[in-house]
Design a protein around this ligand. Structure first.
Ligand code: SF4
Ligand code: SF4
Length: 390
């Protein structure tokens, strides 16, 4: 597996720009030589929720188009290429078809003759992970022999960033994802589970859509931000180290990258020596990328200053203090439209809709921020509780 992270400029979503840039990335990655007429290719975009391309929540359709065409140039038959993902809420054909339409991916799939998968069949796959022993996966993911991961570069209120590794969480159907949050409310274990998934799926390559990313309170509530880059690699944790560098995030604060590092799958820091392609284009954005509020002022909102800096005997007290100080989701009643999506996704079932407004019972909240992620009205803020008001 090549460890190189290849860089290409792409300053706009134009086929004349994205097509050559994606082709250059394909040409650089050795694994693309494996693509042939019989290769069952699975393209995994980020389809978190129903959003138009301009919102920078979902992988842009022009990136998908360029990737499909690059596969076809290598002999792939359209009938052997499938696009599949599962959004954050319920996983039904109607929901997925609506998301494909709104994101613009349905139009591209129709034009290119490939399947935008919405049959919503799933299969259980055993694994010998460190945190997970079995995953329920979308059927075409389990049946593919060449997975191409197509993430969007975004900040993430729970994991710091979402890029190549975190994007794989969408291969788990709908509300099953909430069950994983409930099983692993601790960030460290949640990160281990994501790396178990990576090691099970072993995508051949990833192409990160950083033409227009998202900063602030991503993955859905932040602001679109132009970066003008595509990054690609066969080494997904390595690609995410580069992505973390660009957004100014210490990668070891992203729980899944810390887990990957513990397993020897990536270094602790991004190393510019691993770059290939248009290296000159790989520059820190000015001004610096805005991190989520939950990662502001040195914390990630929950467990950063535990672990090794304090004696084991006082770790429980440290954890309790962290928990009380951690940001928590707060409903802004004036913005809440009472749609119930937050209650639907909440793994702890701790949100109720009362008088057409969401209400959170904080005692059971595990601060997974799934509600924030799925709120279509941006009505959920992350706020730190003041210690002296406890
Ligand atoms: S907080 Fe958001 S997701 Fe929850 S009911 Fe209100 S508008 Fe819907
Ligand atoms: S209220 Fe929100 S942050 Fe708390 S457990 Fe439910 S979804 Fe997660």
């Amino acid at each position: 597996m090549s460890k190189t992270v290849f860089v290409q400029r792409a300053d706009r979503y134009d086929p004349e720009v994205c097509g050559p840039a994606v082709e250059a990335l394909f040409a650089a990655l050795p694994c693309t030589a494996e693509i042939g007429p019989e290769t069952k290719i699975l393209l995994k975009p980020n389809l978190l929720t129903r959003a138009v391309p301009e919102q920078a929540v979902t992988t842009h359709p022009e990136i998908l188009r360029a990737v499909i065409q690059a596969c076809k140039r290598r002999g792939a038959k359209p009938e052997n290429i499938t696009v599949a993902d599962s959004a954050g809420g319920v996983y039904t054909p109607a929901v997925m078809q609506a998301i494909y339409r709104t994101s613009g991916l349905a139009e591209v799939c129709a034009a290119e003759g490939v399947l935008a998968y919405s049959a919503c069949e799933t299969v259980e796959v055993d694994t010998a992970g460190q945190a997970a022993q079995q995953f329920e996966l979308l059927r075409p993911v389990a049946e593919a022999d060449f997975i191409i991961d197509l993430p969007k570069l975004k900040t993430h209120v729970m994991t710091g960033l979402t890029a190549a590794c975190k994007n794989l969480f969408g291969t788990i159907p709908g509300l099953k994802k909430a069950e994983w949050h409930m099983r692993f409310p601790d960030r460290e274990r949640f990160g281990e589970m994501l790396i178990d998934l990576l090691e099970l799926l072993r995508p051949k390559m990833a192409i990160l859509d950083g033409v227009m990313g998202m900063e602030g309170n991503g993955p859905s509530g932040g602001q679109p931000r132009a970066l003008g880059l595509l990054l690609a690699s066969e080494d997904l944790p390595g690609l995410d180290l580069a992505a973390a560098y660009l957004i100014g995030l210490d990668p070891m604060r992203a729980p899944y990258l810390a887990a990957a590092h513990r397993r020897g799958l990536c270094e602790e820091r991004f190393d510019p020596a691993c770059l290939g392609g248009d290296k000159e284009a790989f520059r820190l954005p000015e001004p610096a990328w805005k991190l989520p509020d939950s990662y502001a002022d040195g914390g990630e909102g929950s467990t950063d200053f535990a672990d090794t800096r304090f004696p084991a005997a006082i770790q429980p007290a440290i954890r309790a203090l962290e928990r009380s100080m951690a940001p928590r989701p707060v409903i802004q009643k004036d913005k809440c439209i009472g749609c119930g999506k937050c209650a639907e996704i909440c793994p702890q079932h701790t949100i109720r809709i009362v008088d057409k407004k969401a209400r959170i019972r904080y005692g059971d909240c595990i601060r997974c921020f799934c509600c924030h992620e799925m709120c279509p009205a941006k009505a959920i803020e992350l706020r730190k509780k003041k210690i002296f008001s406890l």
